[in-house]
Design a protein around this ligand. Sequence first.
Ligand SMILES: [Zn+2]
Length: 326
Amino acid sequence: MSSLPLIAGNQTLLSDLQQMRKGNHLPHALLLHGETGCGKKTIAKWFAMLALCEHPDHAPCGECRACKLIAEDAHPDVLTAEHSGKRMGYLIETVREIRAEASVVPVEGANRVFLFTDADGMSIQAQNALLKSVEEPPPHAIFVFTTETVGALLPTLLSRMTTKAVFPVTRGECVSALLQKGYAEQDVQLAVSRFDGNIGKCIAYLSDEDLRLAADTAAKLSQALANRNEYELLRLLTAAAGDKDRLKKTLLLLDTQLRDAAVLSLDGDFDRLGCDRSTAQALSEDMTPRRAMQLHACITETLADLEGNVGAVLAVTSLCTALASR
Ligand SMILES: [Zn+2]
């Protein structure tokens, strides 16, 4: 059985990298950037297979020993830097260890791959500590970073890297990938209606009950807002106030939906929506940039209140008043 990870879309990116391997000029430092959930870590793993696969002409083959070991996270030449701290950064010690490892010759193949996933929280100090290794890497060392935005890394570090964007896929690609993973058709359709072509978020929705409830409530809140139904807004928010953590997730998702509706109001072809199209359409008809800013500010303020000592019911009551007023 092939051990290749399932990757939807992004075919140009994959074939570009495959061409590099065939031509024997893989980058020594690669940055994969794109929104959370769009598959950067999966592609990073695929890239490690590409670099270490025993069959350069059709790498990654998914069948050789190297590919299989990487699939099982057991390849001695693929090292993932461990996160630490609240911001999911990296300790200077961790960076130093990786630097030391980078000078060690590969155990099995021709390369050693070092992964820094979700590197958005990487401190300037840690990035500087890594600069020299990325600037003048040992011939066998390959560094792979994943971030949400390119700007998360220092220009000095970026200038030494090949940067590649990872995109969310189309709804159709997302549906077929999720079906291949064995999820039920009905659930898949619901997940895609919430998170479009963001496979990671769809999987989280399908496997995390809490996120599912939050996303469903957020979609209903958008609907109530579109219908200007203040009573329904208050009912939904009060019910959600019972679980503070879930309430926060709900409000963050609502914020995204309102932002998407604001974009839709400016660009009628925009199709990345967190709620169903008719709701987004109704919301967007009512949306001006000014109103979008106001709504965003209300939600941000409520989230800050929830972080502080304000009771959840009180916080949602004033949010409801703010959302309903215009
Ligand atoms: Zn292989």
